[in-house]
Design a protein around this ligand. Structure first.
Ligand SMILES: *Cc1c(COP(=O)(O)O)cnc(C)c1O
Length: 390
């Protein structure tokens, strides 16, 4: 019998040997993409704070004033006494913004996905269809639910349709990300809407990487694809990314949202978010609505990066989003490249198994409205010198 501690020690050693060991980097200062690590200035290409709103003075002030008015913690779960008029106002504002009947403010995107799927799929007579590349929170939501889970190949609508034909059930959900967080590519949402309607399934879209910066008004993927509440009845919008805050909004028809308030355990059995955070998120939403310049500038950063990366033959994956992965393949090589960039004061992360499949490691570049053309130049020049080309 091997001792438990020795067992885990071995597991960690094996992870290191396979170049899959993860390390956290403590930042000493974060103002958007300009950060400090170990007393040195770094340029970050890993933040999901796409618009730089996490450090916007108005958002900071809303959080400060909110804390003065409400205190820090909410003190209880939403169904007990943690729900305030600040939460209610935020939910209303998001329901209006997204043109949905109603919205509910969850603790975060992970808990929203767990909550939605488990509140709605409470029986074995249900089926959940998932894109194979879906976020860990959607996959784990499926593991917790008694429903049968079927995973279709990434973006493969024929595969999904075959599964829909083979697995009938009174209740079915198709869950997908809009912009995929590992690859930056986009789900064929119009096609998904058609399949969902044809097969009477509910479509659930996690718009973590679209909400706030995609679409003329920043309403995310449903604006780009012109999809209303009937098309996408379950819309999940984490606020830790383009909104620069924390928490997640789930928006949709009254009946579905009421099901969440009644049955989503990850909503019911957790302390409600601090009211001050709801105030901060509201001010962030107001900025998104009033100031399109940030998302317009971000689009120009994305175009510039793609043009420069292609001119240097960098092996970028097909993506038009702010997530621009550079394909490396070998895990050890990906780590070496990230280390090499780190020595030049650039922070990027090597995504490796199990986040992506084995031998499919990538350097994930995340672009932000805070990057300048010079920042992009610096990055692509270095990547070119490291021969990460096709
Ligand atoms: C980040 C992310 C989440 C989790 O959201 P949090 O609010 O950070 O918990 C869920 N889904 C996707 C696709 C994400 O990228």
């Amino acid at each position: 019998m091997i001792e438990p501690l020795a067992f885990f020690q071995q597991q960690l050693e094996a992870r290191k040997a396979a170049h899959l060991f993860r390390e956290r980097t403590p930042l000493e200062n974060t103002r958007g993409v300009r950060i400090r690590i170990d007393g040195k200035d770094f340029l970050s290409f890993c933040t999901n704070d796409y618009l730089g709103l996490a450090s916007h003075p108005r958002v900071i002030k809303a959080l400060q004033e909110g804390a003065e008015r409400w205190g820090v913690g909410s003190g209880a779960s939403a169904l007990v006494s943690g729900y305030t008029s600040a939460h209610a106002e935020l939910e209303k504002a998001f329901a209006n913004f997204l043109q949905r009947d109603r919205a509910v403010f969850f603790s975060n995107g992970f808990m929203a996905n767990i909550g939605v799927i488990n509140a709605l799929l409470q029986t074995k007579q249900a089926v959940l269809f998932q894109d194979k590349m879906n976020h860990a929170s959607l996959l784990d939501a499926g593991k917790l639910s008694p429903a049968l889970v079927k995973r279709y190949s990434h973006l493969n609508m024929h595969h999904l349709e075959r599964q829909l034909q083979h697995y009938p059930a009174p209740l079915r959900i198709i869950a997908t990300e809009s912009i995929f967080s590992m690859t930056g590519d986009c789900a064929p949402l119009s096609h998904l809407v058609k399949l969902a309607k044809r097969h009477s399934a509910l479509l659930m879209v996690d718009d973590a990487h679209g909400i706030g910066y995609l679409g003329a008004n920043g309403k995310g993927c449903t604006e780009v694809f012109e999809l209303n509440q009937t098309d996408v009845p379950l819309l999940v919008c984490p606020l830790g990314k383009a909104f620069g805050c924390y928490g997640a909004i789930v928006a949709g028809p009254h009946a579905l949202l009421e099901m969440l308030v009644q049955y989503a355990r990850s909503y019911i059995y957790t302390t409600a978010l601090p009211p001050a955070l709801a105030e901060a998120a509201l001010s962030s939403l107001q900025l998104v609505q009033a100031e399109p310049k940030r998302r317009e500038y971000l689009q120009s950063v994305i175009h510039y990066f793609k043009r420069e990366a292609k001119a240097r033959h960098l092996n970028i994956l097909p993506s038009s989003s702010a997530i621009q992965p550079v394909f490396i393949g070998d895990e050890e090589k990906a780590v070496q490249i990230a280390d090499r960039l780190f020595r030049d004061n650039i922070l990027v992360k090597a995504l490796r198994y199990p986040t992506v499949p084995k031998q499919k490691a990538v350097i994930r570049i995340t672009l932000s409205a805070q990057h300048t053309d010079q920042d992009i130049e610096r990055l692509v020049t270095l990547l070119e010198s490291l021969h990460v080309t096709t």
